[in-house]
Design a protein around this ligand. Sequence first.
Ligand code: BES
Ligand code: MN
Ligand code: ZN
Length: 485
Amino acid sequence: MQVIFSENLPADARLVAYVVDKGALPDGLEKPLADGAGAARFKGNAGQLFEGFVERDGKVVRVAIAGAGAADAEDRSARLEKAGAALTAKYLTSGEKQIALDMRGSNLSGDELASVLLGLRLRGWRHDAYRTKLKEEQKKTLEAVTVVGAPEGAEAEWSTQAAVAEGVEFTRTLIAEPANKLYPVSFVEKCRAAFEGTGAELTVLDEEQMEELGMHALLGVGLGSEQPSRLLAITWNGGGDGKPTAFVGKGVTFDTGGISLKPGPGMWDMKWDMGGAGAVAGAMLALVKRKAKANLVAVLGLVENMPDGKAQRPGDIVTSMSGQTIEVLNTDAEGRLVLCDALHWVQEEHKPARIVDFATLTGAMLIALGHEHAGVFSNDDDLAEQLLAAGKASGDKLWRMPLAPAYDKLLDSPICDMKNIGPREAGSITAAQFLQRFIKDGTPWAHCDIAGTVWSDKPGATWDKGATGYGARLIDRFVRDNLEG
Ligand code: BES
Ligand code: MN
Ligand code: ZN
């Protein structure tokens, strides 16, 4: 979706939109529309939309009024996004190519308008690459929004938010791609293309290099796959010479469960088991495109988990890069095996000031929190608070979950350092405890289990059904509020 700023209403504008606060209507609105809005019980609630037709200068104009809710709402920006998204949801395939968003007479500030535009753009993302038989009326028609009479500073605010939108869209595209198209090597290629010319540096470790480093936990997961594993690091030095903040993502491009094979129904969902890596990659793209003033490193563990004659077996013991040994009792608990080597590597290689990892790690997370919140586990209260706040502000909501030695104990193995699974109970917590065993003392670390928030079976505030892009905005907001300036 193209965003154009203009002082005047385009002469050919057929669809004119307004965004209003709760209880308000645009200044000077024609009586039929004002009465119509009342009759339709339009209240200006966030995401509410009223549409009417009116004659202006001898032409029939389609008028849309989107509600942004109360001006003093705590989650004002999320509500403004809803207003923008409501416009897109209504007109994306309507035949209209342009929306003229009339801001003359509006009291929205520049950053409020940018929120509207962000919602408008995000709700318009679709992955139509594989559809060859779309009917005319199913095709996306909306191409651009012309903002008329934008407030001071809106263009600069939008250029920041446009970078965020690009990042979210990259996350969604990675997640939507099926596993025959997106595997470790093609994941890296897509990142190379996306980050080309941005100033970010990409480092790729192949299997031989990982073997040399002793990453047998990560490599063990990929043994059954024809697709070679990769570790991708993306570094961005945007702010002085302080230690970097590390973001680590689980990038299992398909998770069959391996020899501990998953049941068939629903297995297709496991194409988005790279959602953590997708979130981190998209966030980095946003941060790099808006030239974030922070030192950052992203590490993505990219592996496919398949059953095969060469696959690892339940009961196999692997030595991780840290030297700690792991009894792989369930080959379907593979995400933690990928992450433990990625986490150890980033600490050795980059000595980060703090680490946040993202992973579709456990089905138990979905059972605990459903699709509303992802779970955050942390050894550091300040870091946890910062992430929770970023979650609230960005709409990518988090809920804190516990860590404790009593849970950690459940991973002790009778034959080596640890098992890769605990009992059925507290499955998300023991998974987090497993990861914590690879965090060096004194390093603030948080783990976000995003298994329930990556994919949606129904449209949400700023997404259609499918890939939500969860995590990209959370990370962007966390960096903005805590690491920059
Ligand atoms: N990728 C799955 C977790 C998952 C399940 C994410 C459903 C999204 C939706 C993960 O690799 C997995 O299989 N976890 C197992 C762990 C168990 C074997 C201890 C699980 O949750 O069942
Ligand atoms: Mn699994
Ligand atoms: Zn998995």
